[in-house]
Design a protein around this ligand. Structure first.
Ligand code: AMP
Length: 176
């Protein structure tokens, strides 16, 4: 099974960046030509018939498979970035982190009204980052939002953060 190949190649770094966190290092998937092809093919199969008109990636690990998928779907790619990075007019969404708050931004003209948006990031943990990205996108009135992760940490139940009308899919599921 191709998912097993991904799980076997995913590097886990215990206690990074702080004690208690099991950090999933996706760079070991990106450096393997076999895993990169599985990722690209899995994403394409998941989304080829969903009418996606834009792939939106979250800084920074959403910037790797996001554009690869956009090319395969024949649609454009839009980056969501941390404050101060995007040069034109932006809209912003703030969200609570474990300690303090954080913000994300997107160009105001990046999305057309009615776009079918696929939001992509490498990993779903608590879901706070992606929920903020959904809220940011809603301000631009898309027709529909779908959400995708390479890895989902099932035990954190991050998918509970999303409204029922949002299609949330992950390529691989891991326990912790
Ligand atoms: P969250 O908002 O809690 O779902 O966190 C998701 C973001 O934090 C993603 O952009 C991930 O890249 C990163 N992240 C959170 N937990 C981990 C982890 N255990 N391993 C790798 N990245 C993580």
């Amino acid at each position: 099974m191709s998912e097993d190949i991904l799980i076997k190649n995913l590097r886990n770094i215990p206690d990074f960046p702080i004690p208690g966190i099991q950090f999933k290092d996706v760079t070991t998937l990106f450096k393997s030509p076999e895993c990169l092809k599985i990722l690209s093919d899995s994403l394409y199969e998941m989304y080829k018939d969903k009418g996606i008109t834009k792939v939106v990636g979250i800084e920074s690990r959403g910037f790797i498979m996001g554009p690869i998928l956009a090319v395969r779907l024949g649609v454009g790619f839009v980056p969501i970035r941390k404050p101060g990075k995007l040069p034109a007019e932006v809209i912003e969404e703030s969200y609570k982190k474990e300690y303090g708050t954080d913000s994300i931004q997107v160009h105001k003209d990046a999305i057309e009204e009615g776009d079918v948006i696929l939001l992509h990031d490498d990993l779903l943990a608590t879901g706070g980052t992606m929920e903020a990205a959904c809220n940011l996108m809603r301000k631009l009135k898309p027709g529909k939002i779908l959400v995708n992760f390479i890895i989902e940490l099932d035990q954190l139940e991050g998918r509970k953060m999303f409204d029922k009308d949002i299609d949330v899919q992950s390529i691989i599921h891991v326990k912790d």
